[in-house]
Write a protein that binds this ligand. Sequence first.
Ligand SMILES: C[S@@+](CC[C@H](N)C(=O)[O-])C[C@H]1O[C@@H](n2cnc3c(N)ncnc32)[C@H](O)[C@@H]1O
Length: 313
Amino acid sequence: MTVRHEPVLLQQSLEALQIRAAGIYVDCTLGGGGHAEPIVQRLSGDGLLIGLDQDAEAIARATRRLAPFGSRVRILQGNFRHVAALLHAAEVDRVDGILMDLGLSRDQLEATLGGFSFLRDAPLDMRMNRDASIPTAGDILNGADPKTLGKMLLEYGEEKRWRTIVRAVVKAREAAPIRTTRQLADLVTRALPGARRYKIHPATRTFQALRIAVNDELNALREGLQGAFHRLRPGGRLCVISFHSLEDRIVKHFFQALEKGCVCPPALPVCACGKTPSLRRVHRRPIVPSAAEVKRNPAARSARLRTGEKLSE
Ligand SMILES: C[S@@+](CC[C@H](N)C(=O)[O-])C[C@H]1O[C@@H](n2cnc3c(N)ncnc32)[C@H](O)[C@@H]1O
């Protein structure tokens, strides 16, 4: 039996989007359509939901789920880092709301071919878009020099024991390439002293780092936020659900910079740049799931929702 991905912070994100029945909304991370479906249900025949995902399988699943809504839905395959251009190509100029629910869906985590999870033995792939001619996690792990590997573990995994892990990887790959998720998970567990007593699996941060590197996730997010903001009409809202501190920091800083407007050095007595705030943060602190949601869906535990409302261009 396949278990459907459960949408995270669903009510909170629907409220934050302030859906108008005749509005145009973009779900940049369509996944299984768990957020998209209730958005479309709130639209009239004049409204439109545009769903975007880079994973062909997610597109196929969401297309089936959203088929009953006919012309109220348009589905595009692509990376949200190109959202502005994708909307332009679809002849959509301004939109009323945009949602990004970052990371992976449960379907992707459980797909054996993806190689995202240390809980399932699979080839080390981790590409969300498997059509893309980009290096897999295995290519990076077996090919990158130790300095690059260390930087990746430190920056993308926030892994304090990066030196130990790099040493273990380099030693192992000298004997034979590391090909599977199980091999990597075992190698990290053996390398870290006391690893068995960790609260999370000792390879969690290594897997996070590789996944971010393979999919260039942080740069995609930075570019996606810019593109999404560009396409919002004034008054429109951008809602972002993130799952780890690296993503959340990028979203927070993006919103803060637009909210501040002025970019003059603090030493300047009066503003010389003339820039005014172009965004308002809808809530000062991120919205997090309730204890009941986390109990029902433990995958929601680190979710954080931030919402910005566009004031002007
Ligand atoms: C957490 S899931 C979304 C789940 C969805 N909200 C639901 O409830 O069914 C994230 C989805 O975003 C997609 N994704 C992640 N990064 C992306 C990017 N840069 N461009 C396009 N899609 C992306 C993934 O392929 C995945 O399907």
